[in-house]
Design a protein around this ligand. Sequence first.
Ligand SMILES: Cc1cc2nc3c(=O)[nH]c(=O)nc-3n(C[C@H](O)[C@H](O)[C@H](O)COP(=O)(O)OP(=O)(O)OC[C@H]3O[C@@H](n4cnc5c(N)ncnc54)[C@H](O)[C@@H]3O)c2cc1C
Length: 263
Amino acid sequence: VVQAYEHFDTEVVAVRPVGASLVRVTFGGLPHLTSDGPDQRVKVFLPTPGAPARAVPRGADWYQRYRLLPEHARPVMRTYTLRAVRDGQADIDFVRHGDTGPASRWATTAAPGDEVVIWGPDARFTGERGGADYAPGDARWQLLVGDETALPALSGIVAGLAGDAVARVVVEVPDAADRVDFGAGEGVGVEWVVRGADPHGVGLVKAVCAQAPPEGPGYAWVAGEASAVREVRRHLVRGCGMDKARVYFCGYWRLGEAEGAQR
Ligand SMILES: Cc1cc2nc3c(=O)[nH]c(=O)nc-3n(C[C@H](O)[C@H](O)[C@H](O)COP(=O)(O)OP(=O)(O)OC[C@H]3O[C@@H](n4cnc5c(N)ncnc54)[C@H](O)[C@@H]3O)c2cc1C
């Protein structure tokens, strides 16, 4: 029986830099992996010195069995966005943020042939699959906010906007060379905040809060470092009186904490 999400054994077929801080890894042999929206999330399993990626348990109770594996025998699990899915291949853009994170480290040296497992939506499952959250509904304007980890999702969101959409996009990136051309329509304003040596999120929060959102029903999509995301949400809901239901927010990572670390 096919589940909504399945584990897909895959391998790297191409690697190329995107801007200064991200690297686009293309995975092959994925005829059944699908995406239900521009911010479709998946889990990526990466090898550790003691365990190949394929050591991840399979089946309905895989997660419980994964948690029970001794640490040295457990592949690393991290959350990423499907930047694109086509012809049995998938692109994921990994932020290279140094040697501290196993996923960042892996992406820095990734090469064709490297084996990985992706846990993601299976096209053969016909019910609701979940994991893609962007949903502007009847909004007349959109505010799209994120840092470099949200850039893959933001690129897909902006590419999918209707020609007459009204949107403000605010993105914080480490380096001026991380800015991309979204190919956005006339009604879409794009603001880049280049972080440089500043702390994460400060410039982003300042830029978003410098402008009040327009009148009428809108929609905000906010993702990136958890405290910056929380501050932006607070500004929009408490400061600007936006309806909570119209503000999607997701902490994509937390400064000083590895993904999945106990809190
Ligand atoms: C739904 C969702 C979608 C995501 N999509 C993407 C995506 O498409 N591309 C992408 O690159 N990331 C994405 N992320 C974020 C990614 O999961 C985290 O950045 C993750 O922590 C990376 O794992 P790691 O092994 O490199 O670092 P970890 O082992 O998790 O962390 C190690 C250390 O690095 C720090 N750290 C983690 N991420 C960053 C960063 N980006 N910059 C600086 N320091 C960091 C942590 O605070 C910690 O101190 C997404 C997250 C979610 C929840």
